[in-house]
Ligand binder design. Sequence first.
Ligand code: HEC
Length: 102
Amino acid sequence: MACESRTYEEISDNTPITGIVKYETDIKPIIETNCIGCHSPGGPASAYPLTNYNLVKAEIDNIVDRIQRPVGAVGRMPPGTSLSQSQINFFIKWKADGSIEN
Ligand code: HEC
């Protein structure tokens, strides 16, 4: 193996996701860290709660759209910042894999 200097971000972003992406193990932790503070009762996006499997599954097309908008674009999620490419890839693959729960 070549001794190249690569950052953790580069490695994690380029590594293909192996296996089926699941809500409980893969998607829920990303949402709890990056989205739930706003997308839950009392938050500024309480009209669009992302607090359980059925709600997230119903929004997956909107989510995949919003998280891929350019940073700074209207409606970019999370507002003003970005998930990592690897986190974005998890949402895309979760949709492609059929959005299963666990
Ligand atoms: C700082 C607060 C905040 C965070 C964090 C945040 N959002 Fe949002 N989100 C909003 C607000 C406010 C709206 C409503 C305004 C709009 O549509 O842009 C919204 C709207 C949305 C919508 C559109 C809902 C619909 O049906 O029209 C989606 C999808 C969405 N957010 C997904 C996410 C995801 C996924 C994350 C985490 C990766 C996230 N958001 C993080 C505040 C936030």
